[in-house]
Design a protein around this ligand. Sequence first.
Ligand code: HEC
Length: 138
Amino acid sequence: MVFTINSFIMKPINLLLFLISAGFAVTTMLSGCYKHNVEELYPLEACDTVLVSYSAIIEPLIRENCYDCHNSVNYKSNGGNLLLEGYSNLFVVIPDGTLLSSVSQDGKTSRMPRNAPKLDDCTILKIKEWLDQGFPNN
Ligand code: HEC
């Protein structure tokens, strides 16, 4: 009788303990996987897209990577007649998605920068973030 009562009491307790430790193990495993996946999928933790302004981020990166061909002096001969200097000129390729398409190289437009390696992921992410924010002239 004692044995029966004992096992009756013990079983749910054991089950409870088992569930708690199993739950803990699963939670630990999942959070481990989650962290792992986030790091794998987004190796951009160091990519700061919070304060992407035109003047501080976008204009300098377009200047560095695109002005060689798309500047006011040679855009007709080297830049396919497309001037990208300054906000209002860059704006021409923004609303229709051409800018993002060309730098992310999705195949719908010419791949840019021409004759140079694709922009790194963080730079493209900054452009995308700025576009998502409504491409302010800030
Ligand atoms: C070495 C010269 C060169 C560089 C550097 C360059 N471009 Fe171009 N770009 C061109 C030429 C030439 C064309 C027109 C012919 C073509 O579409 O390939 C063009 C076309 C484009 C177009 C229109 C594409 C289309 O299919 O309508 C966009 C947008 C563009 N460039 C953006 C950029 C951006 C942004 C950068 C910098 C990240 C850049 N370009 C760097 C030469 C260049």
